[in-house]
Design a protein. Structure first.
Ligand SMILES: NC(=O)C1=CN([C@@H]2O[C@H](COP(=O)(O)OP(=O)(O)OC[C@H]3O[C@@H](n4cnc5c(N)ncnc54)[C@H](O)[C@@H]3O)[C@@H](O)[C@H]2O)C=CC1
Ligand SMILES: O=C([O-])CC(=O)C(=O)O
Length: 331
């Protein structure tokens, strides 16, 4: 039996993500939580003829507790999205507190659940989540994930467009670092199968993967950021975690994790000099089975991109950690 939870389920990402989880044969129970409209979204989804049982809760009447009790996987897309002209870091002021309070609920009501953070800025909200779980003595780094799958999905799509490959799903590009602008580092030299990008298109391709989010923010022109592609990516990652828990082997997805606490991660943390970093992660029954280190093989241009990413990440991580210790949770 798998119980999946979406916190922020009535939002632009939350609704299509909940739809995908509702129709997944891997989910038996789906609980939706939001500060608005979650009972309505749950009622709507509950008419779909798939087995998962759906419930929806608001904060009143112990809603967070009822949502989270018994949860195996908790996906968190709660929080405000960007408008044109904003950076992901501009969302920190509001979203940091939202993530802190929701993860406090996780610590209290489902401390063993896998926690998948989508809320931006991911580079800082995942360190906040880690600090909250630590403060409550329930932090298992193998169970906390920053969802960077959309960067991986974009990399496959954009590489396929340039190389003329018909099915972008056949191209796997490891994307490492963080999840914002130049902290996103696509390792195109390690793409599988290997790809040859025309030299005059390489910088543009890297830039498009790093700033793909801005492309959508601009096109939506004030109506928010990526929601449908994010729901696809968030579902892909949640499904990967659930499949690995059910015993499927060989599942590897990049994710932003606390490296010193996961198998294989300590050596990578030393190499990059930051504790939170996205790397390809092999998933197992307990979450991260192994963090893999791709850096030995990368080229000089990619090393330069990494240097820039690490610098930005340091600031973002410190900001999250400081917030979590300075502003304790309200629950
Ligand atoms: N990791 C990634 O790759 C991506 C992350 N995002 C981020 O995901 C977040 C959500 O984006 P959208 O769904 O487009 O925003 P949205 O505004 O459409 O939905 C957010 C939902 O969160 C709810 N919410 C706010 N405070 C809450 C609380 N305390 N508890 C429960 N629910 C709460 C809102 O009521 C709303 O329904 C944003 O921070 C956005 O930047 C967006 C795209 C990609
Ligand atoms: O760009 C944004 O604000 C939303 C996001 O994280 C993405 O689309 O990658």
């Amino acid at each position: 039996m798998v119980k999946a939870v979406v916190l922020g389920a009535a939002g632009g990402i939350g609704q299509p993500l909940s739809l995908l989880l509702k129709v997944s044969p891997l989910v038996d129970e789906l609980a939706l939580y939001d500060v608005v409209n979650s009972p309505g979204v749950a009622a709507d989804l509950s008419h779909i003829s798939s087995p998962a049982k759906v419930t929806g809760y608001l904060p009143k009447d112990d809603g967070l507790k009822n949502t989270l009790e018994g949860a195996d996987v908790v996906v968190i897309p709660a929080g405000i999205p960007r408008k044109p002209g904003m950076t992901r870091d501009d969302l920190f002021k509001i979203n940091a507190g939202i993530v802190r309070d929701l993860v406090t609920g996780v610590a209290k009501y489902c401390p063993k659940a896998f926690v998948l953070i989508i809320s931006n800025p991911v580079n800082s909200t995942v360190p906040i989540a880690a600090e909250i779980l630590k403060a409550n003595n329930v932090f298992d780094p193998s169970r906390l994930f920053g969802v960077t799958t959309l960067d991986v999905v974009r990399a496959s799509t954009f590489v396929a467009e340039i190389t003329g490959v018909e099915d972008s799903r056949t191209i796997v590009v490891p994307v490492v670092g963080g999840h914002s602008g130049d902290t996103i580092v696509p390792l195109l030299s390690l793409a599988k199968p290997s790809v040859s990008i025309p030299a005059d298109k390489l910088d543009g391709l890297v830039n498009r993967i790093q700033f793909g989010g801005d492309e959508v923010v601009k096109a939506k022109d004030g109506a928010g950021s990526a929601t449908l592609s994010m729901a696809f990516a968030g579902f892909r990652f949640a499904e990967a975690v659930i499949k690995a828990v059910r015993g499927e082997k060989g599942i590897v997805e990049p994710s932003y994790v606390y490296l010193p606490g996961v198998p294989g991660g300590e050596e990578i943390a030393k190499a990059v000099g930051v504790d939170f970093f996205a790397v390809p992660v092999e998933l197992g029954p307990n979450g991260v089975a192994k963090a893999t280190n791709p850096f030995g093989l990368i080229n000089e241009a990619e090393k330069k991109l990494l240097e820039v990413a690490i610098k930005g990440l340091k600031t973002n991580i410190d900001k999250g950690v400081e917030f979590a210790s300075a502003e304790p949770a309200k629950l």
